[in-house]
Design a protein around this ligand. Structure first.
Ligand SMILES: [Zn+2]
Ligand SMILES: [Zn+2]
Length: 298
């Protein structure tokens, strides 16, 4: 059996939507080749250099090389992650203006690549306070969506560790944003295991993990969940420090990942690694083996 078939199927034979964040070095289409070389069925990418505010628009050839790539169909789920410089709650007017423009441009790029959503951290209030920060985020999302009415790519708000003044470490923050924007249908949610653990949820047992998802369901609603970032955590529960670790090697351990891999509610939700790796992607392959090993027989 081809390695790819082994990697992309669970023991029961059902396809698992599993992958990793992939580099777009050499062009966005190169990410597809990297992901397929290690048997991914899902993939997350940046839509431009992650360390720059702006970039020249994607050329039609670049878009074609991506959407018409021979291997594109091997990936059932491909989505984007926004630039880390973007802060919709920025207090500095120039940073805030840059953030709105960069977000609009990234949504336009993701839309050109036919990606369903762009994962984004809600923002950091930088001392203005949670309420003022959340209000600024809502107004910013409204302004961006109003400026690009025809863009289909949604924003997937990501749960955060709550480092510094970052918002999004409480499910209530994300729920409040969704409830208050003018176009809630253009928002969805991505849950990061390392972030919710660092934010204080106990994921060291199946019972704790179930409880976290019950809380998510009660506050935000599972119908909004479109992606899972599977990362173990180097930092302690409740530390609010965002440090990713390889699956099973950090403070979370395997119970939470076993639960997520086996629960039928998450079968169609793409699960993507954001763990450290070298150019050869060996570490991704090892993490996939561990995660697939948790699938068991259904
Ligand atoms: Zn993120
Ligand atoms: Zn993440």
């Amino acid at each position: 059996m081809a390695a790819e078939t082994v990697l992309s199927r669970g023991k029961s034979g059902s396809a698992v939507l599993l992958g990793a964040h992939m580099s777009i070095g050499g062009g966005v289409h190169r990410a597809i080749e990297r992901a397929c070389s290690i048997g991914c069925t899902a993939m997350q990418i940046f839509v431009k250099n992650n360390m720059q505010w702006f970039a020249r628009p994607l050329a039609p050839e670049e878009i074609k090389a991506f959407v018409r790539h021979a291997q594109r169909a091997e990936l059932s789920s491909v989505f984007a992650h926004a630039n880390y410089l973007i802060n919709l709650a920025a207090t500095n007017p120039q940073f805030h203006a840059n953030s709105l423009r960069a977000l609009a441009e990234e949504l336009i790029r993701a839309n050109a690549l036919k990606l369903p959503f762009l994962v984004m951290h809600p923002g950091a209030h930088l001392g203005a306070g949670e309420e003022a920060g959340l209000e600024k985020i809502v107004a910013s999302i409204d302004a961006v969506f109003t400026a690009i009415p025809k863009i289909k790519t949604k924003i997937a708000l990501e749960t955060t560790a709550g480092q510094g003044t970052c918002l999004g470490h409480r499910f209530e923050h994300l729920a409040w944003i969704i409830e208050n924007v003018r176009e809630p249908g253009r928002l969805c949610v991505c849950l990061d295991t390392a972030h919710v653990f660092a934010a204080g949820f106990d994921l060291t047992s199946e019972a704790g993990t179930r409880k976290m998802f019950r809380e998510f369901e009660r506050t935000i609603g599972l119908e909004h969940l479109v992606a899972l970032h599977l990362n173990d955590s180097k930092s302690a529960r409740g530390s609010r420090v965002d440090r990713h670790e390889h699956i099973g090697k950090g403070k979370i351990g395997l119970d939470a990942f076993r639960f997520i891999m086996r629960d039928s509610r998450f079968r169609k939700i793409p699960k993507v690694l954001e763990t450290p790796k070298g150019k050869e992607l060996r570490e991704d392959v090892e993490n996939f083996e561990i995660l697939r090993g948790l699938l068991g027989t259904r």
